[in-house]
Design a protein around this ligand. Structure first.
Ligand code: MG
Length: 230
């Protein structure tokens, strides 16, 4: 059984900056500053984004800890407003619907998520592109831990509980668009598959030795084969 864990942003969908704008506004509301424009969000958990940006602005960790929950709540409110204002701002990436259905239907695979989004944000983004969050039978989220490498052990634990047997680390297949997706599962021996739809170059993803890298998900049989061989 392969536990197939998809990242969301840049992997299943693009949000055309809606997530970023929602976070920047939340940071201004809570801390008075939004952090550097050049900051890269890709592969980071929501809470780590708050911490790293506010550290750059000179805030101490205890001040960040005290305000991070309020910032995430403001972010969710802003994200909801962004989606309401322009429901087309978020769009699913090519081949995603076919791939999710194929993984879901495969008896040797369990469909899941592994994302830096807090769970409420993941739900909002997925629903905005008409992917039902309930389809993912196991998941680890940015609301579970601030550090992405802590998420694969959580996903493994949840998959084990769901299946009623111990899931080995190398049964996890982590699929994402950044170097952070490629490396976060190394500690548990998870496999990684890259997809170059999120702006990170194919060569960057390949440099972390994933089992495969795809330009996009349009060739469903080839992606399924890579998951099975992972
Ligand atoms: Mg991503």
């Amino acid at each position: 059984m392969k536990i197939v864990l998809f990242d969301i942003d840049g992997t299943l969908l693009l949000s055309d900056g809606a997530g970023r704008r929602a976070m920047e506004r939340a940071l201004v509301e809570t801390f008075g500053v939004m952090g550097p424009k050049s900051y890269r969000y890709g592969g980071k958990t929501d809470r780590l984004i708050v911490r790293e940006k506010m550290r750059i602005e000179g805030f101490a960790d205890d001040a960040i800890d005290a305000a991070v929950d309020a910032t995430v709540q403001a972010y969710l409110r802003n994200l909801r407003a962004e989606i309401d204002r322009d429901p087309q701002a978020l769009r699913s990436l090519p081949g995603v619907f076919e791939l999710l259905s194929a993984v879901e239907a495969h008896e040797g695979m369990l469909l899941g998520l592994l994302t830096g989004n807090v769970i409420e944000g993941a739900d909002l983004k997925l629903r905005a592109v008409h992917i039902e969050p309930e389809r993912f039978r196991v998941g680890a989220f940015g609301s579970d831990h601030e550090e992405r490498p802590m998420l694969p052990p959580i996903a493994r634990e949840r998959a084990s509980r769901l299946l009623g047997r111990v899931v080995a680390g190398d049964q996890l297949v982590i699929i994402g668009d950044t170097e952070h997706d490629m490396t976060c599962g190394l500690g548990v021996g998870a496999r990684a598959i890259g997809v170059a739809t999120g702006g990170v170059a194919r060569t960057t993803l390949e440099s972390h030795a994933p089992v495969a890298v795809f330009d996009d998900f349009t060739d469903t049989p080839r992606v399924l084969e890579a998951i099975l061989d992972a």
